[in-house]
Design a protein. Structure first.
Length: 518
């Protein structure tokens, strides 16, 4: 009988204990700290300045506290004094005084604290609680959508990434830095640059004249390379990737939104092996070209070149992949082909211009975060085509900053804007001084935040999808490792080929490379 009574008492005690359901948690909040922060702002004139960049009205959990802090914020923005009387009057003007509990509530807040000591620490806790509430709301919405079978999971993931990025950008702010360590860092970089024989402070592009003007691609810079279609944007960055990753073994990541990875590598094979693209596509190679392909393609193996051909890549996916490439593979530069094919899904925009603005700002932020250069290709609008270009006025076809497509934010966010211009494309074969423009390309540096602007001339070999230094008229003859066959480069060999060399495929009726039309 006694045992029965003890069992009954245990059951009743268990029934009386409060049970917390799965969704019964209180939202993160710190009401006492909210009262302390607002009270400090009411009694000390400098208190608001200490928390103004940490908190906003929405950071407060209590709606009354939100209204009072909003009144304090309004007074401070107008350089008016902040105290019990002025805040009460401001609440009266906005019609919020009765909602918060009248003048008594405001006065009571000022009694909750004696000074503004530790106000910044308290403000950071309130901000963290607010961020936690935002994350709870965000994850709850994502969970609901994930249960909806009609929802596209790929779009949902992009939306989730977008919201997380927005939250982190809004809430995670970098603190100031005293100048001394920054001076030391700048001085160390200067010493490293002075120690280099090439005089560069950044990554070499492999184009001497361009490097001389830019000192190399600089860390944390966003570089926009823009041109009209068929000007050779992809050929330019592939030539640069070849110089960096294949010749100098610098790790390079390339995001190709326009071409598949196989198409991109095929163009790189054309570039490296100096075999016309039509022959690579058809596979109709002469015997000497097969030998040249077999020999030169060896350079490409094990090159630290990483290609991602995800179509319609979002800027949020790019951030995730870029961080991993830098962390795991030591990537030193990122190339994006091209910016207008990216999207910033996960957020809402009123226009495509707003979306492109978000993308360009995000790319600049990513370059700073990873401390590497990011090169993004961009299209130009059709205004270039509408301008009339002649031999007497060849400059009318030169691109301008106003020709950048879809958003002025690209020009604003970029540290450097370069245009690719080939007069020959517009059937302009000579300049005003009668100089031959065939096979020449101009890299126009139209904006350079940390250096000079100007023009750089390069040689363009359309059949090889290749840009080269203007004086790079020859690539040395290459001997095979087996010691048997010599494979001269038809691109720029200074050596005089034998009149008839059937082994290497050279016959008297073959035109020298400088006579091949571009």
């Amino acid at each position: 009988m006694a045992e029965t009574r003890r069992t009954t008492r245990r059951k009743n005690s268990a029934a009386e204990a409060p049970q917390m359901s799965e969704y019964g948690h209180l939202q993160p909040q710190a009401l006492e700290l909210e009262e302390a922060v607002i009270g400090a702002c009411l009694i000390e004139k400098d208190a608001f300045g200490l928390v103004s960049d940490i908190l906003k009205p929405a950071s407060f959990y209590d709606s009354k506290h939100q209204a009072v802090f909003s009144a304090i914020q309004s007074l401070a923005s107008e350089n008016k004094p902040v105290d019990i009387l002025t805040v009460t009057e401001q609440l009266r003007k906005t019609g919020e005084l009765d909602n918060v509990g009248g003048p008594f509530f405001v006065a009571e807040l000022s009694r909750k604290v004696l000074s503004s000591a530790h106000i910044e620490f308290h403000a950071h806790i309130i901000a963290q609680k607010a961020l936690a509430r935002e994350l709870i709301t965000y994850t709850s919405n994502i969970q609901k959508l994930a249960f909806d079978e009609s929802q596209d999971i790929a779009e949902l993931m992009q939306m989730a990434e977008g919201k997380l990025f927005e939250l982190s950008k809004t809430n995670m702010k970098k603190d100031f830095t005293q100048i001394n360590p920054v001076i030391n860092e700048a001085y160390e970089l200067l010493q490293k640059a002075a120690a280099r024989t090439d005089g560069l402070s950044g990554l070499s592009s492999g184009f001497d004249a361009l490097d001389a003007m830019t000192s190399g691609w600089q860390n944390s810079d966003l570089v926009i390379i823009a041109a009209r279609p068929a000007m050779g944007k992809t050929a330019f960055v592939l030539s640069m990737a070849r110089n960096m990753a294949i010749t100098n073994r610098v790790p390079v990541a390339m995001f190709s939104l326009e071409m598949s990875n196989v198409q991109l590598v095929n163009r790189l094979i054309v570039n490296v092996c100096e075999i016309p693209g039509e022959k690579i596509k058809s596979g109709q190679l002469a015997p000497y070209e097969w030998g040249q392909l077999d020999y030169k393609i060896r350079e490409m193996f094990d090159a630290p070149l990483y290609i991602d051909d995800t179509p319609s890549l979002s800027v949020f996916e790019l951030r995730t992949k870029a961080r991993r490439l830098v962390r795991d593979y030591g990537v030193k530069i990122i190339i994006i082909d091209y910016l207008q094919l990216m999207n910033a899904s996960g957020m809402s925009y009123n226009s495509r211009q707003e979306e492109v603005s978000t993308i360009s700002r995000s790319l600049k932020g990513l370059a700073k975060e990873l401390n590497i250069p990011i090169i993004a290709l961009s299209q130009l609008n059709r205004s270039v085509e509408q301008r009339v270009g002649t031999a007497d006025n060849p400059d009318s076809k030169r691109p301008q900053l106003s020709d950048l497509r879809e958003s002025g934010a690209i020009e604003q966010d970029a540290d450097m804007v370069c245009f690719i211009h080939r007069p020959e494309y517009y059937k302009i074969y000579k300049d005003q001084h009668g100089n031959d423009l065939k096979g020449l390309a101009e890299i126009i540096i139209a904006k350079h935040r940390n250096g000079a602007v100007g023009d750089v001339r390069l040689r363009f070999r359309g059949e090889y999808a290749r840009f080269a230094n203007i004086n790079e008229d020859a690539i040395p003859m290459i001997s095979s490792e087996e010691g048997g066959v010599i494979l001269p480069s038809r691109m720029n060999s200074n050596a005089t080929p034998p009149e008839n060399d059937p082994i290497n495929g050279i016959t008297p009726d073959m035109a020298p490379m400088d006579e091949v039309p571009f």
